[in-house]
Design a protein around this ligand. Structure first.
Ligand SMILES: *[C@@H]1O[C@H](CO)[C@@H](O)[C@H](O)[C@H]1NC(C)=O
Ligand SMILES: *[C@@H]1O[C@H](CO)[C@@H](O)[C@H](O)[C@H]1NC(C)=O
Ligand SMILES: *[C@@H]1O[C@H](CO)[C@@H](O)[C@H](O)[C@H]1NC(C)=O
Ligand SMILES: *[C@@H]1O[C@H](CO)[C@@H](O)[C@H](O)[C@H]1NC(C)=O
Length: 332
């Protein structure tokens, strides 16, 4: 009898076809998560502030602090490396964050190429039962969907305009999403009713983008918001099989970005509600046991090797930034 039941379960499992990576089968076992944060091409603005150093790439410190607040340590991931660099690093990391920013997807050896390596390697890992989460914020969320769309010449996103603090309009079945099924009611109420999510984007992913590329089975939308002209865009999404998540807004800005003209909501309610997202993501990252081979190796990679600069005082929208791979000036 037991043998038959086993064969039956085996049959059910295999007949499902595509691999479903279920977080319930991967309990949080790792209390020392280390998460990679992808850097991006140095911004034109910041290059002007540090012309001598001629940095290749940067990470806004707010992303690092938001992960640290949730109990993780951070390793910066550089751009412009070969696939093996990303594969080796991901074997030692418990997840990757694609931050927001402002760079093109059509440049070679930049943020989008690195993101594509990471996305493809993460799929391979998950396909063999190695739970590997990715979280994309703003541009990083758009990158996830562009990659899922095959990253063709025509980018699968629309032009829009959203520079407002907005509530989330949750979908009817958002409580079935991985991202929100365990979210405390009080936080959901804040997100649904208060203008606490920070939006700063000129591109949107709308429901039609998912339909046009047949992504509606693989990606589940859990909330929308409206841009400054009333266009409804996707505010939060997740992959239905892989632990891949994205939000169009900026949960890291409420607690860690302070440019006055940006008017970020800093109330206790805004801080509490937005903190939920990195708490959720870091908990996802506790579900695998990847680690560096030794403490010495870990020490060589962690972000503590770099000193952030006070870029807010220079007028940047980022209060602090990390910079990588100075190339120096031509004259030097
Ligand atoms: C990338 O796209 C931008 C914006 O559409 C465009 O200005 C730029 O020329 C493109 N770059 C390349 C390398 O195609
Ligand atoms: C949120 O912002 C909108 C648009 O500015 C405003 O109409 C609404 O009253 C705000 N809601 C809250 C709860 O502050
Ligand atoms: C979406 O699926 C339909 C029906 O299977 C197919 O005709 C179409 O080419 C697909 N579109 C894309 C962008 O893959
Ligand atoms: C920065 O470095 C690159 C690559 O070495 C070089 O092409 C460029 O001219 C440098 N920029 C400045 C402002 O020195």
């Amino acid at each position: 009898m037991k043998g038959l039941l086993f064969l039956f379960l085996l049959y059910i499992f295999h007949s499902r076809g595509a691999v479903v990576v279920n977080s319930e089968e991967h309990p949080a076992v790792n209390e020392r998560p280390i998460i990679g944060v992808l850097s991006q091409e140095q911004s034109f603005y910041l290059q002007g502030k540090f012309p001598e150093e001629n940095y290749t790439s940067y990470i806004a410190s707010s992303y690092v602090k938001a992960l640290e607040t949730a109990g993780a340590r951070v390793v910066p991931i550089l751009i412009g490396k070969d696939r093996e660099y990303y594969r080796d690093l991901m074997k030692k990391l418990n997840g990757v964050l694609f931050p927001g920013g402002a760079t093109y997807f059509n440049q070679s050896n930049g943020y989008a190429d690195a993101g594509q390596h990471i996305y493809e390697i993460a799929k391979e890992m998950n396909d063999v039962g190695d739970y590997f989460p990715i979280f994309g914020t703003c541009l990083g969320f758009e990158l996830l969907i562009i990659l899922a769309s095959g990253r063709g010449e025509k980018e699968n996103r629309i032009r829009c305009y959203s520079f407002s603090n907005l509530p989330l309009d949750f979908t009817d079945d958002f409580r079935k999403s991985k991202m929100f099924r365990d979210a405390p009611d009080n936080l959901v109420n804040i997100l649904a009713n208060e203008n606490v999510t920070v939006n700063q984007h000129q591109f949107c992913i709308v429901d039609e983008n998912l339909k046009a590329y047949n992504l509606t089975d693989d990606w589940k939308v859990s909330s929308h918001s409206d841009d400054d002209y009333g266009v409804q865009f996707i505010a939060s999404i997740e992959h239905t099989r892989y632990p891949f998540y994205g939000v169009q807004f900026h949960p890291e800005k409420n607690a860690f970005e302070w440019k006055k003209s940006k008017n970020h909501p800093h109330s206790l309610e805004a801080i509490k509600a937005n903190r939920y997202f990195m708490d959720f993501f870091v908990e996802e990252c506790r579900r695998n046991t990847h680690s560096f081979a030794s403490q010495a190796e870990e020490n060589r990679y962690v972000i503590y090797n770099y000193e952030p600069k006070f870029t807010g005082v220079l007028g940047s929208a980022f209060h602090q930034c990390y910079f990588f791979e100075p190339r120096g000036t031509v004259a030097r």
